[in-house]
Design a protein around this ligand. Sequence first.
Ligand code: FMN
Length: 172
Amino acid sequence: MKPNITPNDTEHTLNADDFIVSKTDPKGRILYCNRIFMRLAGYKEAELLGKQHNIIRHPDMPRTVFQLLWDTVQKGEEFFGYIKNLSRDGGFYWVFANVTPSYDPQGQLVGYYSVRRKPEAKALDVITPLYGEMLAAEKAAGPKQAMEAAKKILHQRLSATGTTYEHFVLEI
Ligand SMILES: Cc1cc2nc3c(=O)[nH]c(=O)nc-3n(C[C@H](O)[C@H](O)[C@H](O)COP(=O)(O)O)c2cc1C
């Protein structure tokens, strides 16, 4: 069960040399997380192991970004992106995330691995309003058309700069 948390405006920040690490099984259930993950998210290890990674999902995040994350890693590629996460105390923390698939020696998928670091403030100046627009479009379009509506905004933004989401996030 996902805890019922009311989000607030308290920001938790990472230090420049902090790396938040987690590993999941192929379904996104947490198999490992490091201490910095536990500190920022506000949970003990036993409360996180076996739980879905959406335990830290923040309601300000557009669903479309997670769809892009899963589509990318399920294709066997690595994902880079900005994510706003929800802490147990209702606060939030922004990360720049890299998610990669992990394979066993036989080439079978064993799960996913994610390392996150502190995002640049100037990147968040670009991402925060963009995600705000995408979220508003998802809400206005309703559940069935949500992804399409938010993707349209993202693609407009990307075609204006002539790039992919990956290059966009790596460049801002
Ligand atoms: C390795 C890995 C790391 C992830 N990291 C996060 C994360 O930091 N925050 C987050 O909200 N979702 C993360 N996700 C995505 C979640 O599994 C989930 O798709 C997302 O929270 C959206 O929740 P929902 O699918 O229930 O809508 C991660 C997934 C994987 C496989």
